[in-house]
Ligand binder design. Structure first.
Ligand SMILES: Cc1cc2nc3c(=O)[nH]c(=O)nc-3n(C[C@H](O)[C@H](O)[C@H](O)COP(=O)(O)O)c2cc1C
Length: 170
């Protein structure tokens, strides 16, 4: 039987959604059946052999609806392999401190579930379509617009997931 994997994401402006879709495509290419959906669309995780959950980082944290997924399905998620990833624009600069703070964005998540593996990826800042409040915060942080997503790193992480998740399960 083909194992089914869920890739669930939160996303305010779409850049994490695109990362989730690439992760789903990579896993699908390995021969798995993959569903990719927004965390708010997830009604049940029990049909899945493993779950990959991701969120962008806003003000140092995962989006609340992504944490809610873990809170709501914590029993079921703790019964199956789980991978988590965080997407933040600060990650466009590589330093141990930035990586550490990106990992810390998942602290709340870890109160409910225990991901076997975690990824941290650089995101995107496109002022077009952004709310005034969000734009103001990015301006205050002196962020310059750009797309820092490293598709090679994302694809590499995704391709390694089945072996990481299913080896640990057995
Ligand atoms: C108001 C605001 C706060 C943000 N806070 C952080 C942060 O604390 N750390 C970080 O690395 N990136 C931060 N970002 C950048 C986003 O995480 C990044 O742009 C991400 O790709 C957005 O994902 P989305 O398009 O899926 O919503 C922030 C962006 C905004 C607009």
């Amino acid at each position: 039987m083909i194992e089914r994997i869920l890739v669930a994401y939160a996303s305010r402006y779409g850049s994490t959604e695109e990362i989730a879709q690439v992760i789903a495509d990579e896993i699908r290419d390995l021969g798995y059946e993959v569903d990719c959906m927004n965390v708010m669309e997830v009604e049940d995780v029990t049909p899945y052999a493993a779950v990959v959950a991701g969120s962008p980082i806003y003000m140092g944290k995962w989006l609340p609806e992504a944490v809610d997924l873990a809170k709501h399905f914590r029993v079921e998620l703790n019964e199956r392999p789980l991978a988590a990833f965080a997407v933040g624009y600060s990650m466009k600069e590589e330093s141990d401190l930035i990586k550490k703070s990106a990992r810390a964005s998942m602290n709340e998540l870890r109160m409910y579930v225990h991901p076997q593996t975690e990824g941290t990826f650089a995101g995107k800042f496109d002022p077009e379509g952004m709310s005034k409040a969000d734009l103001q915060i990015m301006k205050m942080a002196r962020a310059t617009p750009g797309d820092a997503r490293d598709w090679t790193a994302i694809r590499k992480w995704a391709r390694a997931l089945p072996s990481v998740l299913f080896t640990l399960k057995e």
